[in-house]
Design a protein around this ligand. Structure first.
Ligand code: FO1
Length: 313
């Protein structure tokens, strides 16, 4: 079994590749829920939904989140009442939030609802939220304002300088059912090229998860989300400095520290391979720009080859 720590779009692309490299029923994704928010009384889980839509084949291709063939009639009507529209919800997307919110209101845990939604979209791998408990990623800006991650990213366009990032509710949260088992029983644990601060750290912040990764027999192999000192998408370059990490493949490896046994970087960063290997994880360079499924599958195979090499040591 292969267990993947996953955020949103980068993770979805990676999981699509992994699903082409191994049997999808061998894959479990532990997905960040720090982005989740309630709008209009509906519970929205952006990272779970991004992965569901990508692996369900219905993601908006240019936007890379949300639904293809989407309409915004409900959003237009809501604007009539003066509701702010900085977080746009499409009609098809709303159906997922309506179903999820109804089930949560019936007392069904998020992990069960996630299985229902994934099955409804024919997602071939197992999706598990990092926790069923309420948590929220909060960005504290340099002027002391606390913003929910989606306010920071979508409404403020990640412009305000960041002082700190924390996962509210983490101390009381527990890993969702299946999370620890998926980590302890894995043949390899993979860290997708997601945002290290607001996607991966927010999974590791759930008590018990970092401990399970440290305890598992499985080798832990991560993929750098930073290429040539740049992000492929998103705002990790604005958050890594706030947690004292350099915006580079080496900087993210150092940030993950002894959690990772292997580190896959882009061939554009090949010159830092030796330095990274000297500092800890066995480092391999390959093409990590997942423009299509073939590159993503090849990247996944490289991760699995490194994992089995590490397991043999
Ligand atoms: N990103 C935006 O830039 N603008 C939006 O209005 C927006 C709405 C939205 C609604 C549901 C959802 O699941 C995601 C949404 N996103 C939006 C993307 C989100 O902020 C994250 O970038 C992705 O979920 C990546 O994980």
């Amino acid at each position: 079994m292969y267990t993947v720590l996953a955020g949103g779009v980068g993770a979805a692309r990676f999981l699509r590749g992994l699903s082409a490299a191994v049997a999808p029923d061998q894959i479990a994704a532990i997905v960040n829920v720090g982005d989740d928010l309630t709008r209009f009384g509906l519970r929205i889980c952006p990272d779970l939904d991004s992965i569901t839509y990508w692996l369900g084949g219905v993601v908006h291709p240019q936007q890379q989140w949300g639904r293809a063939d989407e309409r915004f009639t409900v959003a237009e009507e809501l604007a009539r009442f003066g509701h702010d529209d900085w977080f746009t919800l499409g009609d098809r997307d709303l159906a997922v939030h309506l179903h999820r919110s109804m089930r949560l209101a019936q007392g069904v845990p998020l992990s069960v609802v996630t299985e229902e939604v994934a099955a409804a979209f024919g997602v071939p791998i197992r999706l598990i939220p990092a926790t069923d408990d309420p948590v929220a990623t909060v960005i504290t800006t340099a002027d002391g304002t606390d913003l929910h991650f989606q306010e920071y990213w979508v409404r403020e366009r990640a412009q305000p300088p960041v002082a700190s990032v924390q996962l509210d509710g983490a101390e009381a949260a527990r890993p969702a059912p299946g999370v620890v088992e998926a980590l302890m029983g894995a043949d390899a644990v993979l860290i997708a090229p997601s945002n290290p601060v607001v996607s991966i750290d927010t999974i590791l912040a759930i008590p018990g998860i970092r401990e399970a990764i440290a305890a598992t027999e499985a080798p832990v192999v991560g993929v750098s989300p930073i290429i040539g000192g740049e992000v492929v998408r998103g705002m990790a370059h604005r958050l890594l400095p706030a947690v004292g990490a350099e915006v580079s493949a080496a900087g993210v490896a150092a940030h993950y520290g002894d959690l990772i046994d292997g580190w896959v970087i882009d061939e554009r960063d090949a010159e830092s391979r030796a330095a990274i290997s000297a500092s800890g994880p066995v480092c391999v360079a390959t093409d990590t720009i997942m423009d299509d499924v073939e590159v993503a599958a090849s990247l996944a195979r490289t991760c699995l080859a490194l994992a089995s090499d590490l397991a043999a040591r």
